[in-house]
Write a protein that binds this ligand. Structure first.
Ligand code: NAD
Length: 469
């Protein structure tokens, strides 16, 4: 079994420019990442294009078998992958964090291997016989963010590989080591050149999005970058799946029991220290239970330890980078300046090393406050009071993003009625952010388009071809 040092040595660049990656909790060096260039990307795309026909010719059974072996390999290396992820991304080993993320990588590889996409017969009436088949696209580009770097890479590459495509991955410049290490483990189970990782900056991402030999881009990241990718991809009419930013609302109905739901609400909002696309980022609570809910949530939040990820006691970590720390600080400051009431946190310690922002709950805040209206992507949750369901629904729908949302109630029918009125790709009931490899996931409005996971996710990595006759 490889150790942490072995895995870092194995992915260390053999030459060329490098960059030192720093631990966001301590400022210590984690390792050296290669700084690949656009020329490196072009070489990787050419190699992936050359390898694609043979990979496609292997057929579904052999590709699924390779994904299952990759899942086994991830499990064999789970602990060293989790430790590297914790050091580079900042997330603790425990809680729904680093070990959980590596476990999800194996789970998604297995689920993708097990999902079958059959040809669909659309007409068979004796005269006409028409079927839809899904053919490989060719080379797929995968561009990812820094919050769940390993898991999101698997979400992108597993269905792409399963469908007979080869893949070139461009990880976030903040978390390249995690993706390089994961790809090294998976690549041991794949033929040469089927999966490449190019660890460059935004110029490399932009080239991947416009590259004439790339047939599809799977992108997960901010809405602003998603718009840039749509523009870059226009000349080649590239297929796109865009999983973009969110600002998920949760609506708590008056019949909910504050104490019973407080811990699930907490993790819905604070999973990965709030740095999660489909985390609960705005909480709307009926006035009848507002004070009790604020108290119950404060009690839960105050008891959750935050600190360096490798310390087994912690379940919350630092922000991943200084830019994100500054965004969260500025949004909470704006809320304070507006007269909103800070229930917990809001006071980062200037002497503490690392980008730690304390768990923060803000009450008595208006819906147009920047902490509500903008994606904070960190450990700061605004709690907004409402009087009528119509008000809550209209506040929840007021933004131009719509990734996830949730409704909390003891009455499932009432909750489903409210859910149907919310403009988002998913509405969870009495939970928030639960993703499942069998259930399609994607955004409404400016949170993106296209679906990931399950049969719908496989369809998105194929070109539909109708055989009529
Ligand atoms: P980001 O958009 O800054 O960067 C994402 C990736 O895009 C990086 O690899 C970056 O190098 C690359 N990139 C930057 N400019 C590019 C360009 N012009 N062309 C091509 N690639 C380019 O996002 P981030 O800050 O890393 O991630 C946080 C954001 O991602 C949040 O808004 C979050 O909500 C969103 N997110 C969404 C989902 C989802 O499933 N919808 C999941 C995770 C994160």
């Amino acid at each position: 079994m490889e150790t942490q040092t072995d895995i870092l040595t194995a992915i260390a660049p053999a030459g060329g420019e490098t960059r030192t990656i720093l631990d966001p909790a301590t400022g210590e060096a984690v390792g050296q990442a290669p700084v690949h260039t656009v020329a490196d990307l072009d070489r990787a795309v050419a190699a992936a294009a050359a390898a694609q026909p043979a990979w496609a010719a292997l057929g579904h059974e052999a590709r699924s078998a390779a994904l299952l072996k990759a899942a086994d390999a991830v499990e064999r290396h789970a602990e060293e992958l989790a430790r590297l992820l914790s050091r580079e991304q900042g997330k603790p080993l425990n809680g729904p964090n680093a070990r959980f993320e590596v476990g999800a990588c194996a789970a998604w590889l297995r689920a993708t291997a097990a999902t079958a996409l059959e040809a669909e017969t659309v007409v068979d009436d004796g005269e006409t016989h028409a079927q839809i088949h899904y053919r490989p696209i060719g080379v797929v580009g995968a561009i990812g963010p820094w919050n769940w770097p390993m898991m999101i890479t698997v979400w992108q590459i597993a269905p792409a590989l399963r469908m007979g495509n080869t893949v070139v991955v461009k990880p976030s410049e903040y978390t390249p080591l995690s993706v390089l290490a994961l790809a090294r483990v998976i690549n041991a189970e794949l033929p040469t050149d089927v999966l490449h990782v190019i660890s460059g900056g935004r110029d490399v991402g932009a080239r991947l999005a416009e590259h004439p030999a790339v047939g599809k881009v799977m992108f997960t990241g901010s809405t602003a970058t998603g718009k840039a990718i749509i523009r870059s991809s226009a000349d080649t009419i590239k297929r796109l799946t865009l999983e973009l930013g969110g600002n998920d609302a949760g609506i708590v109905l008056p019949d909910a029991d504050p104490k019973a739901i407080a811990e699930d609400l907490f993790w819905g909002a604070f999973i990965n220290t709030g740095q999660t696309c489909a985390a609960l980022k705005r909480l709307y609570v009926h006035t009848d239970i507002y004070d009790d809910l604020c108290q119950a949530l404060t009690d839960v939040a105050a008891a959750m330890p935050m600190g360096v990820g490798l310390d087994e006691a912690n379940v919350l970590g630092p922000l991943q980078n200084k830019a994100q720390f500054d965004i969260v600080s500025a949004l909470v400051q704006a809320a304070k300046d507006s007269g909103a009431r800070v229930l917990l946190g809001g006071n980062p310690d200037p002497d503490q090393p690392g980008y730690f922002y304390p768990t923060t709950l803000v009450a008595d805040i208006d819906n147009d406050n920047p902490l509500v209206a903008q994606e904070q992507f960190g450990p700061a949750l605004p709690i907004i009071r409402y009087d009528t369901i119509d008000d809550a629904v209209s506040m929840a729908n007021a933004l131009d993003v719509g990734l996830g949302a949730s409704v909390w109630s003891a009455d499932l029918d009432a909750a489903r009625e409210v859910a149907a009125r919310i403009q988002s790709g998913t509405v969870w009931i009495n939970k928030h952010g639960a993703v499942d490899p069998r259930i399609p996931f994607g955004g409404a409005k400016q949170s993106g388009y296209g679906l990931e996971f399950g049969v719908e996710g496989l369809k998105a990595l194929g070109v539909p071809q109708v055989i009529n006759g």
